[in-house]
Structures are given as structure tokens and as C-alpha cells.
Design a protein around this ligand. Structure first.
Ligand SMILES: Cc1cc2nc3c(=O)[nH]c(=O)nc-3n(C[C@H](O)[C@H](O)[C@H](O)COP(=O)(O)OP(=O)(O)OC[C@H]3O[C@@H](n4cnc5c(N)ncnc54)[C@H](O)[C@@H]3O)c2cc1C
Length: 407
């Protein structure tokens, strides 16, 4: 198993007893990352979505690892899921974005909010790699404030008709099903979520975001719905409950981004250690120059600072999942997840910046691992809620709900 990842499992193992099944999941995540590393690089430099994500993650039983055993999954709890994401995060945010949406925003959300029928219809095939999910909340004019969404639904008989466009949706053009958020055509304050079939008539992808500054192996698309029909059996989380569902998804998504950020820092550390021992300048390995040692020490320090808030949030999340009605736990969890996401994503970007510096000119290329991590990790400070939104949530957690900065 990869060394820094083994260390994380070992460190946590001194506080948490991993079952044999859980250790097997972690071992499989390691194998999947190992197997994907070559194709991830090849597709990255060609700037194309990596079609192996689904195949390899399914082969190693990772795609549905957090799905309940009742639906054919492996029942990984939030802590184990976070560790899986940490290991996959070492390959960069492209793979991580794919699995974040699939696992944390798709499967975990269906598990939390889905009806029994939805769980049967979506989770079972997802475990077999037969259902890829996307999460469509953001719109062109509704980003940090999703309550401004313009996509509408109206009821006709036993069906809902959706009209509108979503913006920057991960897995948007490769998903079989998308969790789409919309507002009632008659009442703009009523928001609801729907599970939309991408093969529905009226569903299209007029545009993909091709000109990203990183994250090339991940699909980012703008799904459009022109009179898309959704059966009432695919209302997700109840009519009128859309914002509640959306925010619970963002909590999951933030946790996933935070865990992948740990993987990014680990990959930076691995890369700089190797480079520092190999590259010779001024007559000695650059790792013998104290200023390079400082970069390495800072990245190692960042790893330590990033890991624990994420693990702690994951442990609290496991408690919350056992008792989702616990209001005080949800408020604390909200704060902890925002802390974890903001801390880990900033430290990942800072580590990648230092790693590029250690690599010098070669670092300024996507042919180098650190160049790719630098380009990729920037997005972690934006998606699933920007740094600024996390700051507002952290302040609200400290000051209390009366100081909530926005609706
Ligand atoms: C590669 C990628 C993949 C994505 N995948 C998905 C996905 O799968 N599903 C999905 O729904 N969305 C997705 N997103 C969208 C992402 O969640 C949004 O980009 C993000 O929430 C920010 O919204 P915005 O881009 O509209 O920025 P804006 O909301 O326009 O923000 C612009 C700036 O204003 C700041 N700002 C906004 N409001 C406040 C405030 N009240 N106080 C202080 N500062 C504020 C922001 O922090 C930011 O700095 C993705 C984005 C990217 C880049």
C-alpha cells in the first residue's frame, strides 16, 4: 500500500478499530489508484475525460463502497469513505471530482433521501457501475446563492415538467441520472429536487466546459432541460424540501473535496521528496539545500494540519448518520465540515505551489506531477462552496444563527 496512505490508516487505527472488511476496502482503493495512475496521466496530457474511472473503480468495488450492504454495496462509513477519497486524491482532482459526485453527492444522497423504490432502482445498478450520477444545483446566475435558481418545474398529472439550464456540472454529460434542483413555476420560494434520466426527451448538453485550467480528466457540462418529464416516483427528498436536500448534499461534497485535498498534499510530498533526492544543483542534491528542506517541511506540516480536521469531521458524520434528527449535531457537523474543507483545500493548493517551486522549471508543466496537482487543486477552493462561503459558515457556527450572513 502507498506509504503515506498506510501511515494515515495506521495513525487512525490507533484510535479507531478498522474491521477486516474496512481494511479490504482501503486496500482495494489503493489497488484502484495504482491501476488508474497510468491512464490518468495519459488522458490528462491529452486533456480528455478518463473513461477508465468507472471501469477500474467498479472492478475494485470502490464505486459503490459506501452503499449499504442491503443494496449490494460494502457499507463503508464516512471515515472509510474519506480515506478512500484521500488515496484517490493522490491522482489529482480529476478522478476525485468523478468519484466525489458519484459517491458523496449521488450514492450517499440517494441513501440519505431516496425512497425504498429509488434505492432499489438507483443504488443496486450504481454498485455494478451501471449508473453514473451528477448533481445539478449551480446555474449561471445562481452559484454561491443557489436559492436564486431559475430552473422551474410544474406538475401535470402524475409528472413534473422541468425547464432550465444548469452550469458547471461534474459528470454532466456522462451521467445516467442527475439530481436536479428546481423551483416551482407558480411559487419561486418552493424548491424541490428530482432524479432526471439523461435519456429523457428534452434533455441535452449544449455545451461542455473544455477550457478549464486543470481537472482535464473530469467531465464538466451544462445540462439543459426543455420540457423534461419526470415521474412523481422520481421526486427526490419531497416536494418543497429542495434547499434542505441541496445543503445536505453540499455537506457531503465538501467532505469529499476535503479528503481529496489530503491526497493532493500527499502526492506533492511524494513528488518533492523524490525530486529533492535526485536533482543536483550547486554540487549537491537540492534536498541538501536548507531552503528546499523548508518547502518539504512546510508540505509535511500542511499534511498534518489538513488531515485531522477532516478525520474528525468524518467521525462526527458517522455519529450524525446514526441519528439524523439530532439538530445540535448537524449544526456542529456543518461547522466542522466547513472548517475541514477550507483548511484542507487551501493547504492543498499551497502545497502544490511549494511543490512546483521545488521542481523549478519542470514543475511549470502538466508533464510534471506537481504541475498537474497545482492546476487541479485550485478548484477545491471554489466548488462545493467557495472559501468565502466556508468563512461565512464558520463565522455563523461561532457567532450563532442570528449572525447568518445569507439565507
Ligand atoms: C470544475 C467545476 C465543477 C463543478 N461541479 C459542480 C457540480 O457538479 N454541481 C454543481 O451544482 N455545481 C458545480 N460547480 C459549481 C460550483 O459549485 C460554483 O462554481 C461555486 O459554488 C461558486 O459559484 P460561482 O462560480 O457562481 O461563483 P459566485 O457565486 O459568482 O462567486 C464569485 C465570488 O463572490 C464570492 N461571494 C459570493 N457570495 C458571497 C457572499 N455572500 N459573501 C462574500 N463573498 C461572496 C465568492 O466566494 C466568489 O469569490 C462546479 C464548479 C467548477 C469550477
Amino acid at each position: 500500500m502507498e506509504e503515506l496512505f498506510t501511515q494515515s490508516v495506521k495513525d487512525l487505527g490507533s484510535m479507531y478499530h478498522f474491521s477486516r472488511d474496512e481494511l479490504e476496502i482501503l486496500d482495494d482503493a489503493d489497488k484502484a489508484a495504482e491501476e488508474l495512475s497510468k491512464s490518468e496521466f495519459e488522458h490528462y496530457i491529452k486533456r480528455e475525460v478518463n473513461p477508465d474511472h468507472k471501469k477500474v473503480l467498479t472492478k475494485h468495488g470502490i464505486i459503490g463502497a459506501s452503499v449499504d450492504k442491503r443494496y449490494g454495496g460494502r457499507g463503508a462509513n464516512p471515515l472509510v469513505s474519506v480515506l478512500v477519497k484521500e488515496r484517490l486524491g493522490q491522482l489529482g482532482m480529476g478522478l476525485s471530482s468523478f468519484i466525489n459526485v458519484q459517491m458523496f453527492l449521488g450514492e450517499m444522497m440517494i441513501q440519505r433521501w431516496g425512497t425504498d423504490d429509488q434505492k432499489e432502482r438507483y443504488l443496486r445498478p450504481a454498485v455494478r457501475g451501471e449508473k453514473i450520477f451528477a448533481y445539478g444545483l449551480t446555474e449561471l446566475e445562481a452559484g454561491s446563492d443557489p436559492s436564486e435558481m431559475q430552473t422551474t418545474y410544474e406538475k401535470r398529472g402524475s409528472r413534473y415538467i422541468l425547464n432550465g439550464s444548469k452550469y458547471l456540472i461534474t459528470n454532466g454529460s456522462i451521467a445516467d441520472n442527475l439530481i436536479i434542483f428546481a423551483r416551482s413555476k407558480d411559487n419561486r420560494d418552493e424548491k424541490s429536487a428530482f432524479i432526471v434520466d439523461s435519456k429523457s426527451s428534452g434533455f441535452s448538453i449544449p455545451m461542455r466546459m473544455e477550457e478549464k485550467i486543470g481537472l482535464f480528466t473530469s467531465d464538466t457540462a451544462m445540462p439543459q432541460m426543455d420540457g423534461v418529464e419526470v415521474d412523481e416516483a422520481d421526486v427526490f427528498g419531497g416536494i418543497g424540501n429542495g434547499m434542505h436536500v441541496a445543503y445536505s448534499g453540499l455537506m457531503n461534497g465538501r467532505m469529499g473535496v476535503a479528503s481529496a485535498s489530503i491526497g493532493v498534499i500527499e502526492a506533492c510530498l511524494n513528488a518533492v521528496v523524490e525530486r529533492a533526492k535526485e536533482r543536483i544543483q550547486h554540487g549537491k542534491e537540492i534536498g541538501k539545500h536548507q531552503l528546499i528542506q523548508n518547502h518539504i517541511a512546510e508540505i509535511r506540516q500542511n499534511l498534518e494540519m489538513a488531515r485531522w480536521p477532516v478525520y474528525f469531521a468524518a467521525i462526527r458524520k458517522a455519529e450524525y448518520e446514526a441519528d439524523p434528527s439530532n439538530e445540535s449535531l448537524i449544526n456542529e457537523l456543518d461547522l466542522r465540515i466547513s472548517l475541514a474543507k477550507k483548511i484542507a483545500s487551501r493547504l492543498a493548493f499551497e502545497s502544490a505551489d511549494r511543490a512546483v517551486q521545488v521542481f523549478g522549471g519542470f514543475g511549470y508543466s502538466i508533464l510534471s506531477p506537481v504541475g498537474r496537482l497545482f492546476c487541479d487543486s485550485r478548484v477545491a477552493r471554489i466548488y462545493e462552496g467557495t472559501d468565502e462561503i466556508q468563512s461565512l459558515k464558520i463565522a455563523e457556527g461561532v457567532l450563532g444563527k442570528d449572525f447568518k450572513a445569507f439565507r
